[in-house]
Design a protein around this ligand. Structure first.
Ligand code: AMP
Length: 306
């Protein structure tokens, strides 16, 4: 099935306890689309960059089978830039700088060839733009997933509420789930958030895994304890790319398959953090992915003996 990813394609400058980078390519949609490319061959991207964006990266997208017809290049402007710094505890980070560049006032255009998309991933960005994008698709996709962040809860809550009412699945972290629901208990928070619209909710807990909620059902997927955690940037987006990429590949929205998808998402995210930026997820083999998924299966499997 076809997947459309919409979101930021960016330059990131990163500082972690293990090193620093100059400007490297990042952005939510970059991580999502590259990751999903390991699962679905019909992988479309909508985003915007400036004339400073490297052609080499567009080539890398295309080599991964990501269709970039929907990636606008504004010759006048600069690519979105984000500068983040992680603390010793890498679950926490500070945003040191955000320069919206061409991302400011951007109205996504959906190429005609993307109109029949069945799976839609709305990466983290201004909620009104996420909503406008969804409305630009003539046929509503079968499955619409959205990522957001605390910033939009602070400054655009009304717009966020409106788009939440029209999606199928939301992915946020635990602090954001508590902020959105006003409830500390994640179980109750999940119910409150699902009442806002999305029938499926994923709450990410960083190095402590992720929770999947749907109706009264809950599933927990751990994160793999890793020897090397180098840079968590993009882990959430990589998770989302693995999750929705697997769903687009299998085209099965049963709860059992959502459980499998969350394992694939977690496995892909575990690669992402091993190197800076997209370095690790650009060059994965199917064998590496399968082996990593098996590590998850073994990590969480046990028998009860009476
Ligand atoms: P994650 O670590 O999964 O939360 O995503 C990190 C990516 O999100 C980075 O590559 C940034 O370029 C991108 N990013 C950071 N802030 C924003 C924002 N306000 N809107 C869109 N993308 C952002």
């Amino acid at each position: 099935m076809s997947l459309l990813t919409v979101g930021s394609v960016a330059f990131d400058k990163l500082e972690t306890p293990f090193g620093k980078t100059d400007k490297i390519v990042g952005g939510a949609a970059t991580f999502i689309a590259l990751t999903a490319s390991y699962f679905t061959p019909k992988n479309n991207l909508v985003g915007i960059v400036g004339s400073d964006f490297p052609e080499e990266m567009i080539k890398i997208f295309n080599e991964h089978g990501v269709n970039t017809d929907g990636l606008e290049i504004d010759p006048e402007g600069k690519t979105f830039f984000w500068h983040g710094k992680y603390h010793q505890d890498m679950n926490n980070r500070d945003t040191l700088d955000t320069q919206l560049g061409v991302f400011e006032n951007w109205e996504p255009t959906i190429p005609e060839s993307y109109q029949d998309t069945q799976y839609l991933m709305l990466g983290n960005m201004v909620p009104a733009i996420q909503h406008a994008t969804l409305k630009k698709l003539r046929n509503r996709p079968k499955f619409v997933m959205l990522d957001t962040m605390n910033l939009w809860m602070d400054i655009a809550m009304n717009d966020l509420r409106k788009v939440l009412a029209d999606i199928d699945c939301l992915t946020i972290n635990d602090a954001e789930a508590r902020q959105l629901s006003g409830d500390y208990s994640l179980k109750r928070a999940a119910k409150t958030i699902m009442d806002m619209g999305p029938k499926t909710l994923i709450i990410k807990k960083g190095e402590h895994g992720a929770l999947l909620f749907q109706d009264d059902r809950t599933f927990y997927c751990p994160a793999l304890p890793l020897e090397e955690v180098f840079d968590p940037t993009g882990a959430g987006d990589t998770f989302a790319g693995g999750f929705i990429g697997y769903l687009a590949k299998t085209d099965d929205l049963s709860f059992d398959n959502l459980k499998r998808a969350i394992i694939y998402g977690s496995a892909m995210a575990s690669f992402c953090v091993e190197k800076f930026g997209t370095e690790r997820i650009q060059y994965l083999s199917q064998t590496e992915i399968n082996n990593r998924v098996m590590e998850f299966v073994q990590l969480a499997s046990f028998e009860i003996i009476d």
